[in-house]
Design a binder for this molecule. Structure first.
Ligand code: ADQ
Length: 519
C-alpha cells in the first residue's frame, strides 16, 4: 500500500444502484441537467462519442447504468441528432447501452439567451458575487423560461404512469421543478445546486427573485454544498417569499408545501484518482513531467482551472510575479504550470480574461525568465483525468485561488493523487473545499502580498509538516459515492413524507406554461 494511502472504506460506483433502490424502491430515476453525459461529434467522416469530463457525470453515470432510467440534457454535440430516434432518445453508454439519454434540442437563439445569456451572464456572475458583470435582458429571461418548460415537458413525458424520482442539477434549470410539480404533483423532486448561494442583499438584485425561489421550492429537497449557502437560501425564501422557515431543521414552507434544504459537500471519485496516479508507469510519467517543467532540483507548482473569472487566475499570477520579485532565491528554483481549459468562449468577459491571463504570463516570463528557465507555462487545453492525476502527483504544490467557488474539485483531485503524502495545497478561503481540507495553507487571493508570502511559506515548508498536512487532508476525503448516498438517503426519507402534499401552484410559474403545452 502506498504511503499515506487512503484506508477508510468509501462507497464506490458499484454501490450506486443499491443506494437508489433503498431510497426509492420500484421508482424510475430521471436525471436532468444542462450538460449531457455523452456527446456525439463528427470527426472526419466518422461519428465519435465522448464523455465530457467532470465530477457529476462520473458519479451519476454509474448510478443510471445500475438502475436504468433516463438522463435529460441539452443535445450539444454536432452529430447528436444523427444518432437519436425522432423523440431525441439514444441508449447509452454507446458501447454497452444501459439507460436512455433524452436530448433537448436548442436553437441558436436559445443557446444565446438561455445558456450564454440568463444562465451564464446573469445567474453565474450574480451568484459568484460579481453583480457588475451581470446583464439583465428580457429576451434572456423569456428564453430561459421557455427552455425550462421544454425540459419540464420532457420530464413529464418520461415519467408518465409511474413513480419516479427526478433529480435536477444546477442553475440552468431553476424553473423546471415548479413546471413539473404543477403537471405531475406526485413525483419526488430534488435539485442539487453546484454554485454558491449568495446572501440576501446580493440575491435580491435578481428582478426574477420570486420566480427563481418558487422554482426551487417546488422540490422536496434542495441540496447545496455548505451550511452557509443553505442559510443564505433559507433567508432569501423567508424575506422575499415570506416562506415559513426553520433554520435548524432546514425547511421552508411555501404555499402549503415543505421543501427541505440541506448541505451536501460534493466530492470526486477518490479511488479513481488514486489509482490513476499510481498506475503502472506513473513514476516514469511523473519523472518526464518534472524533466520538462520543473527546474533542476527545484520545485514545481500546478494550477488546473476552467478559464473563468471566478477562479482568480490573474490574482494567482500576480502573486507569483510578486514572489519572484520579492524573493529572488526562487528564480530558477520554482516553476509553475497553469492548465486553463477554455470555457464559455462566446462571452466577452471570458475573452477578456483569456487575454489578461495570456498577457500576465507573457510579462512574468519576460521579466524573470532566463535562457534556461521559463517561470510559467500556460496550457490551454482539456486533459483526460488520468493525465491530470500524473501532473498532480508530479507537482510539489497546487494553487487554487478562487474568488468564489461552490466547492472546487481540483483541490480534492490534487489531494487524492498524492499517494506518497507529499505536496502542499494552497487553497483560497473562498472555495467551499476550504471548509473540509483543513490541512491546506489558506490564501486570500485579494491580498497579493500575503498570497505571495503564503507561496513562499509553502515552498519552504519542512517535509514532515507537508506530510502531516497532506495526511490530514487525505483522511478527511470522502468519495462522490458517499455524497450520492447522503443525498439519496435524505431525499428518500423526505420524499416519503412529502407524498400527499398539495402541489406548489404559483400563478407566476403556471402562466404560459406547462398545462397547455402538455395537454
Ligand atoms: P467548476 O466551476 O467547473 O464546477 P471545479 O469544481 O474545479 O469547478 O471542477 C472543474 C473540473 O473540471 C475538475 O474535475 C477538473 O479536473 C476539470 N478540469 C479543469 N480543467 C481541466 C482541464 N484543462 N482538462 C480537463 N479537466 C479539467 C462547478 C462549481 C464548483 C463545484 C463543481 C461541482 O463551480 O464549485 O465544485 O461544480 O459541484
Amino acid at each position: 500500500m502506498a504511503a499515506g494511502s487512503l484506508q477508510r472504506t468509501r462507497l464506490g460506483p458499484s454501490d450506486a444502484g443499491e443506494l437508489f433502490r433503498a431510497a426509492f424502491p420500484g421508482s424510475r430515476l430521471v436525471v436532468v441537467s444542462n450538460r449531457e453525459p455523452y456527446e456525439h461529434r463528427r470527426r472526419g467522416g466518422e461519428i465519435v462519442s465522448s464523455r465530457p469530463a467532470g465530477g457529476i457525470t462520473s458519479a451519476l453515470d454509474p448510478l443510471l447504468q445500475a438502475v436504468g432510467g433516463v438522463w435529460i440534457a441539452w443535445g450539444s454535440g454536432n452529430a447528436d441528432a444523427e444518432v437519436t430516434d425522432p423523440g431525441g432518445r439514444v441508449r447509452v453508454p454507446p458501447e454497452a447501452p444501459r439507460y436512455t439519454l433524452r436530448r433537448i434540442w436548442l436553437n441558436r437563439s436559445e443557446v444565446r439567451h438561455y445558456y450564454l445569456g440568463f444562465a451564464n451572464q446573469f445567474l453565474w456572475p450574480l451568484f459568484h458575487l460579481r453583480p457588475s458583470l451581470t446583464r439583465v435582458r428580457t429576451a434572456d429571461w423569456e428564453h430561459y423560461r421557455r427552455v425550462n418548460q421544454r425540459f419540464a415537458e420532457a420530464v413529464v413525458e418520461e415519467t408518465q404512469g409511474g413513480d419516479a424520482a427526478v433529480w435536477f442539477h444546477d442553475y440552468h434549470l431553476v424553473l423546471a421543478p415548479a413546471y413539473v410539480r404543477a403537471a405531475s404533483p406526485g413525483l419526488a423532486l430534488a435539485h442539487f445546486w453546484h454554485i454558491p448561494w449568495p446572501p440576501l442583499d446580493v440575491f435580491r438584485i435578481a428582478p426574477q427573485a420570486v420566480e427563481l425561489l418558487e422554482g426551487l421550492l417546488a422540490n422536496d429537497l434542495v441540496g447545496l454544498h455548505l451550511p452557509q449557502f443553505v442559510e443564505n437560501f433559507l433567508r432569501c425564501a423567508q424575506e422575499i417569499l415570506g416562506a415559513e422557515v426553520d433554520l435548524e431543521r432546514g425547511t421552508a414552507v411555501h404555499r402549503g408545501r415543505v421543501c427541505h434544504v440541506r448541505s451536501f459537500p460534493i466530492s470526486i471519485d477518490v479511488d479513481a484518482f488514486e489509482r490513476a496516479a499510481g498506475r503502472e508507469g506513473a513514476e516514469e510519467a511523473c519523472a518526464r513531467v518534472r524533466a520538462r517543467y520543473a527546474p533542476r532540483s527545484g520545485q514545481l507548482g500546478i494550477g488546473v482551472d476552467r478559464m473563468d473569472y471566478s477562479k482568480g487566475l490573474p490574482e494567482k499570477l500576480k502573486a507569483l510575479d510578486l514572489l519572484w520579485e520579492r524573493y529572488p532565491e526562487f528564480r530558477e528554483r520554482f516553476s509553475f504550470v497553469q492548465i486553463a481549459v477554455p470555457s464559455r468562449t462566446n462571452i466577452g468577459a471570458y475573452d477578456e480574461l483569456t487575454h489578461e491571463v495570456e498577457r500576465l504570463v507573457w510579462e512574468i516570463n519576460d521579466r524573470w525568465g532566463t535562457l534556461r528557465w521559463r517561470p510559467v507555462r500556460l496550457i490551454k487545453r482539456a486533459l483526460p483525468p488520468e493525465r491530470l492525476a500524473i501532473l498532480y502527483r508530479a507537482a510539489d504544490l497546487c494553487i487554487v485561488s478562487s474568488l468564489q467557488d461552490g466547492m472546487n474539485l481540483v483541490a480534492k483531485e490534487f489531494v487524492a493523487s498524492k499517494r506518497d503524502g507529499q505536496g502542499v495545497l494552497l487553497l483560497s478561503q473562498f472555495a467551499g473545499a476550504a471548509e473540509e481540507l483543513r490541512g491546506a495553507l489558506e490564501v486570500n487571493p485579494y491580498a497579493p502580498e500575503d498570497f505571495a508570502q503564503r507561496i513562499r511559506e509553502a515552498l519552504l515548508l519542512p517535509a514532515e509538516e507537508r506530510r502531516a498536512r497532506m495526511l490530514r487532508m487525505r483522511r478527511s476525503l470522502r468519495s462522490i459515492y458517499d455524497w450520492l448516498g447522503d443525498v439519496l438517503r435524505v431525499w428518500g426519507s423526505v420524499a416519503d413524507g412529502a407524498a400527499g402534499q398539495s402541489p406548489a401552484g404559483s400563478p407566476a410559474l403556471d402562466a404560459p406554461g406547462i398545462g397547455g403545452l402538455m395537454a
